[in-house]
Ligand binder design. Structure first.
Ligand SMILES: NC(=O)c1ccc[n+]([C@@H]2O[C@H](COP(=O)([O-])OP(=O)(O)OC[C@H]3O[C@@H](n4cnc5c(N)ncnc54)[C@H](O)[C@@H]3O)[C@@H](O)[C@H]2O)c1
Length: 266
């Protein structure tokens, strides 16, 4: 008989007040000086402030140069900021782009060679600094997966680092972080989550565990995505979508995806 493994972030904290657990989790992980990895739009929209307010008075650094579908060079720039700032932990606040950059830094910060050596499967040698993922889209599910995706502009392809050492220590999933999502992002990232769940359910590597989670995600998305789109300030719809996106990430992170996502690669 074949076996299947099930791996997700070490701890999931969900619900509107989840963000209030940030300081306690930093204390538990012994982080005194985290680097917040995010993008400029999230700073301008005030979404990052919700996380900054929960740092418990710690000093911190802010790297806000993440861009959508981030390039490899952003991992290198963010890792420089991490090393130069003497940071001891990472908080990814954003959509998949910011969370993936934080994961890339977690992999690269303690690596002595080049970043290029880490692209591929299981090439990261050791666990990096503590990593907390706070999604602001619903979404990619990156807060619970062991993969980080970057664009290689020169080669015009997407490249990934796949390693269980990328699994975040904590996923803090609060619908409050998604309230500022414009409709276009709500729709696109919501459909991304739906496709993750459908592809995981149809995957040849699906298990009874991933099937149950994928079906649960699909049910929630079908109910909540039209509501979140029609009424962006509906906390219930945002919470259902945040939970569904997390569940879809748990499903595809273990069952894998299929042809739709394969189209993103040459
Ligand atoms: N690691 C994984 O498991 C995984 C899975 C799927 C996709 N991805 C990657 O994730 C990236 C896409 O992530 P995404 O779809 O979450 O989008 P994104 O992170 O690229 O964000 C898209 C835009 O929405 C804005 N935005 C995000 N949250 C917002 C908020 N709350 N309020 C206002 N604006 C907000 C961002 O500033 C950005 O301009 C791609 O690079 C993709 O390859 C990773």
């Amino acid at each position: 008989m074949s076996i299947s493994a099930f791996k997700i972030a070490n701890k999931l904290i969900t619900g509107a007040a989840a963000i209030e657990q940030l300081s306690a989790e930093l204390t538990r992980l012994n982080v005194q000086n985290p680097l917040i990895v995010t993008d400029a739009i999230l700073v301008q929209s005030g979404t990052v402030d919700l996380a900054l307010a929960q740092l418990g008075g710690r000093r911190y650094g802010l790297f806000d140069q993440v861009e959508p579908e981030p390039e490899i060079a952003i991992v290198e720039a963010c890792t420089r900021a991490y090393r130069e700032g003497g940071h001891d932990g990472l908080i990814g606040v954003g959509g998949g782009s910011a969370i993936d950059i934080a994961k890339g830094v977690a992999a690269f910060a303690g690596h002595e060679g080049s970043l290029g050596e880490l692209f591929g499967v299981d090439l990261v040698k050791r666990k990096g600094p503590p990593l907390i993922a706070i999604p602001t889209t619903a979404g990619t599910g990156s807060e619970v997966t062991n993969v980080a995706i970057f664009s290689d502009k020169q080669a015009q392809i997407k490249k990934g680092i796949v390693s269980d050492y990328l699994l975040p220590d904590v996923a803090l999933v609060s619908p409050l972080m998604t309230l500022t999502c414009p409709r276009s992002v709500t729709a696109a990232s919501g459909v991304d989550a739906l496709v993750h769940a459908v592809e995981a359910y149809l995957s040849v590597n699906a298990s009874p565990i991933t099937d149950a989670i994928a079906l649960g995600a699909i049910k929630l998305i079908v109910k909540a995505l039209p509501k979140a789109y029609a009424n962006p300030s509906s906390l219930q719809a945002r919470e259902d979508m945040a939970t569904a996106s997390l569940m879809a990430g748990m499903a595809f992170g273990n069952a894998g995806v299929g042809a739709v996502h394969a189209l993103a690669y040459p």
